[in-house]
Design a protein around this ligand. Structure first.
Ligand SMILES: Nc1ncnc2c1ncn2[C@@H]1O[C@H](COP(=O)(O)OP(=O)(O)OP(=O)(O)O)[C@@H](O)[C@H]1O
Ligand SMILES: [Mg+2]
Length: 463
């Protein structure tokens, strides 16, 4: 197989911090190579370097060589781990956004049209072509990010956690698309925490640890399925419904997303909220928090209706960790961030700091107190956001896709946080990660056609 990319990286550093050391990687033409490793092990840095973006779009110092065999430009299409980072905002509609890349390559108009159509089809996003990029769900946005990268039709495709927000069926279709691209000669670097995905797609996988190569070989030889310890749960007294939603209706202008949704979550429960991309899971979370108005129905916690209450009043009862937590963080230090909730709810500065420290310790982040939240990896930011929500001690904790991009250590901490929540309240865990749902949730519902149907999680609660 001819090599499409050869990287010999002696050292890659941001400022004086070395993040990769002695990593050698070769990708054959039409080969899919996986990269995995814990959060902070250097996957994104390696991906950026291979795409030729490091030292240009992203400041860093590279010592070593990166050789792309093809002379075609651009050398690579890239999918960022944060789909928001991908979108230029230059396109009014999704299809205009996807056209931005090819337009910058100065190719003829009808060729651009053809590329945009191919890219949307391969990314499973044809139905989104006329939508506004700002108004998409997380998984919809991730498909558009993929389409933007595909539209460049570069010889190398570099993907950083491209399925973190896709529903299970969409992940299957993504796999089929990627195989077809590779069969047509595109080389792929796929950075992912998803061991099953890498097993299904990659010919070889590079495992990183602390910026160095731990193993590089066939998936069967180098990947281990993480053994997870289940968090022990001492649920609060069961039975009483703590959270109740009745016939809730929510629309965005003419699009009705929740259409008579009814859902009960008892005290002591962790309920998984499942459903396809765009099914309305995030919308439900926003409606509970009062961030989008409900057109009908009622939502109550401990028998008290929240309807009509402003967000800050609901925050006494409900904590929400967004799908994209970087948008949620605003303080200058991690400690202030986590102490903010208790402060707003009336705790003294001293009490708030105590609660914040306790919450940080519970997700094992005690040593980050003084760090600026903006300097943390997205997965760590999410843990900070979870601690911040928990410090306010809400009866209902809602986590929107908490495990996206997390490694096993992160999942374990989130599982422990959910177990702690169940001891005094209840949790709703919006997720596409069925293994995680089985591990931490005792019940599950699937959103479809704007309603919730209960669903059996096989071996629920005892995995
Ligand atoms: N601000 C908005 N304006 C208009 N439509 C929106 C807006 N936000 C979301 N939508 C649309 O509402 C529907 C439900 O979106 P929502 O974000 O609730 O889905 P989701 O179930 O969380 O999906 P995902 O799994 O992709 O995160 C989708 O069709 C989405 O495109
Ligand atoms: Mg969502």
């Amino acid at each position: 197989m001819t090599a499409a990319l050869r990287a010999e990286l002696e050292r890659v550093s941001y400022g004086d911090r070395a993040v990769l050391r002695d990593v050698v990687l070769e990708i054959g033409q039409g080969e899919i190579v996986g990269v995995t490793g814990p959060v902070g092990s250097g996957k994104t840095t390696l991906a950026l370097a291979c795409a030729g973006l490091l030292g240009h779009a992203v400041p860093a110092r590279i010592e070593g060589k990166i050789h792309h065999t093809s002379l075609a430009l651009p050398v690579a299409g890239y999918v960022f781990d944060d789909p928001l980072a991908q979108l230029t905002g230059l396109g009014g509609t999704v299809e205009e956004e996807v056209a931005v890349g090819p337009e910058n390559l100065a190719i003829p108009r009808d060729a651009i049209r053809a590329r945009v159509d191919r890219a949307l089809a391969a990314a499973d996003a044809v139905h989104l072509a006329q939508r506004l990029p700002d108004e998409l769900s997380g998984g919809e946005r991730q498909r558009v990010a993929l389409a933007c990268a595909l539209a460049l039709e570069a010889p190398l495709l570099v993907l950083d956690e491209p399925t973190a927000q896709l529903d299970p069926d969409a992940t299957e279709r993504f796999g089929a698309s990627l195989r077809a691209l590779a069969a047509n000669g595109t080389s792929v670097l796929l950075a992912s925490q998803d061991v099953d995905l890498l097993r299904a797609l990659a010919a070889r996988v590079l495992v990183l640890e602390d910026g160095a190569t731990k193993a590089f070989g066939r998936p069967g030889d180098v990947l281990v399925t993480p053994a997870h310890t289940s968090a022990s749960v001492e649920p609060g007294a069961r039975g009483e419904p703590l959270f109740e939603a009745r016939e809730v209706v929510v629309s965005y202008s003419d699009r009705t997303v929740l259409d008579g949704l009814t859902l009960d979550v008892p005290l002591g429960s962790a309920t998984a909220i499942l459903g396809e991309n765009g099914a309305g899971k995030t919308t439900l979370a926003r409606a509970i928090m009062g961030l989008v108005p409900a057109r009908g129905g009622s939502i109550s916690v401990s028998g008290r209706p929240l309807d009509g209450l402003p967000v800050h009043a609901r925050a006494r009862h409900v904590g929400l960790v967004f799908q994209d937590p970087s948008r949620q963080l605003f303080a200058r230090t991690v400690l202030e961030e986590v102490a903010f909730g208790p402060r707003v709810l009336g705790a003294s500065r001293h009490q708030a700091h105590d609660r914040a420290r306790e919450a940080l310790a519970s997700v094992e982040l005690g040593d980050l107190e003084g760090v600026h939240p903006g300097d943390l990896a997205p997965q760590t930011q999410r843990l900070v956001a979870i601690a911040a929500a928990m410090a306010a001690r809400p009866s209902v904790l809602i986590l929107d896709e908490p495990t996206a991009g997390q490694d096993e250590g992160g999942k374990r901490r989130i599982a422990a946080a959910i177990a702690r929540q169940r001891a005094h309240g209840c949790a709703m865990v919006i997720t596409h990660d069925l293994d995680f749902a089985r591990r931490v949730c005792d019940r599950a519902v699937t959103l479809r056609n704007g309603r919730a149907a209960s669903r059996v999680l096989s071996s629920a609660g005892n995995r």
